[in-house]
Ligand binder design. Sequence first.
Ligand code: SAH
Length: 270
Amino acid sequence: MSMPSLTLPPFEAGSVWLVGAGPGDPGLLTLLALHALQSADVVVYDALVDERILKLVNPKADLEYAGKRGGRPSAKQPDISKRLVAHAQAGKRVLRLKGGDPFVFGRGGEEALVLAGAGVPFRLVPGITAAIGGLAYAGVPATHRGMNSAVTFLTGHADDGDLPRDVDWEGLVKGSPLLIVYMPIGNLEGLSRRLIQAGRKADEPALLISRATTPDQNVVETTLKTCVADARTGDIQPPALFVVGPSIALHADLDWYGAILKRATKEKPS
Ligand code: SAH
């Protein structure tokens, strides 16, 4: 694809681009991401990068998997960072491709620090993070006048698998009407219990959004009290988000993508 009116920065040999691939839908890639996909010599990608996006990689580039799930052996973080440095020092254009945004629960900061420490030139290309893409495709405004003026992204999963310990739950529950929890599934019971304990109502509506922005997007309406059972019956699979807050109420009226998916299912010849 040519973009004559745009002057995109050259992808220099011997440099690393840390690029966010967005939550799934290839249409949500940035032009810089597409440019990088087409000019990289090697692409080191994570499990959450959509397969349709990998098809946009220059066929001459080497594709290297560095994910941490899906039954494949997991790559350790220091090994990935070392690999990026080695490729760059060998004079390659290295594309480090991550789901969503590299700096949102993506360890982009850790990798960038190693690159900076090794004197490897790098660029950070932001991507649409799962929370922003997921809310848009579920028809839930991240902010809405009169409903919520503050939004929080948090993780339901610390390194040891527990809820994160460095979160002020009481402060969060009181101060942020809309909470969007990444990696909620393993700890959904503890997470919802903690939110109730910290002051949210047990019958407060919540939303589970799995595989957001893909043709398999699955949105389940639930409450803090019933989310574990509803996740099971609604067949919520990771990757998924857990959303709590008043603007969820708008989902029923604004579910444009759900309507498209429903139409597509109806039109499919059986
Ligand atoms: N850097 C990524 C987040 C990686 S952490 C970003 O900015 O989006 C992995 C978590 O992201 C998953 O457990 C899930 O909570 C969320 N996630 C990523 N892609 C998703 C998708 N398509 N649908 C729902 N949640 C997603």
